[in-house]
Write a protein of this length. Structure first.
Length: 258
């Protein structure tokens, strides 16, 4: 009889364990990738977190603690959802910041907070010169760090993925088609700079490329920068020699005039 009582008590304890970790729940994720013309990108990820009433104090005490890393917060929230959605071997991440926001919309059931990941990552796009002053950028899908399935990576439930291209860029290829914006009658995305995909989108065959046209002024500046970078040491040496020669000439001229 005592055995069944202990067994029943153990069952109750085990049944109660999941509720310990139910105080926190990430309900939505929004990942935005702002592409630049040098192949890198600025990534901003926002996680909407539900915090139960009984966990307000615990959340605030962890938020006010110093030097809590991302891995610490994964343990605090007991979640694997809180991570960088763009990362990969050989792709450097820098300027990393993590900010757990204040509790908002507090009700009798709980409150909402926004957790923000902010970082930069290189080699996001492969760049090729396809014509004079014209460059093609192709998104490197090996960076994706979303949910893995038998068919490849997929955007998890309640997850939105956004790409922002540079102003003046022209989209030339995209698959799968973004949920926003919608193309025109010819299937083009004229003047669009923000593209967005929602939950459940399969990313195994993701393709995204666009072209930019460099102004004549930018081309000249880039050419001069290239020359400077290649011959910087020679330029410095020439400047030093010129300064020495001018100083010697001035000194000799002054000596003659005395």
């Amino acid at each position: 009889m005592r055995f069944f009582a202990v067994l029943a008590l153990a069952s109750l304890v085990l049944a109660a364990v999941p509720s310990v970790f139910a105080y926190y729940n990430i309900t939505n994720t929004n990942t935005t990738v702002v592409l630049s013309t040098n192949g890198s990108a600025h990534v901003l990820e926002q996680f909407t977190l539900f915090v139960s009433n009984s966990s307000f104090e615990n959340y605030n005490s962890n938020r006010n603690a110093l030097n809590l890393s991302l891995s610490h917060w994964q343990n605090v929230l007991y979640t694997t959802v809180l991570h960088e959605d763009l990362i990969g071997i050989g792709h450097d991440i820098y300027g990393f910041e993590f900010l757990p926001g204040p509790l908002l919309e507090q009700t009798a059931n709980g409150g909402i907070a926004t957790l923000s990941l902010n970082y930069y990552i290189s080699n996001v796009t492969n760049v090729s010169n396809i014509a004079p002053r014209k460059f093609k950028y192709s998104f490197n899908d090996s960076l994706f760090n979303f949910e893995s399935t038998a068919n490849g990576q997929v955007l998890p439930t309640n997850t939105r993925f956004n790409i922002v291209i540079p102003s003046g860029a022209e989209l030339v290829s995209v698959y799968p088609s973004p949920d926003m914006p919608k193309p025109d009658a010819l299937g083009n995305y004229a003047n669009a700079t923000i593209f967005s995909w929602d939950s459940g989108e399969l990313l195994s065959s993701f393709t995204f490329s666009y072209v930019t046209t460099q102004s004549l002024q930018d081309e000249v500046l880039a050419y001069l920068k290239g020359i400077y970078a290649e011959y910087a040491l020679a330029i410095y040496f020439a400047i030093i020699v010129a300064v020495v020669l001018i100083a010697a000439y001035v000194y000799t001229l002054n000596k003659r005039n005395r």
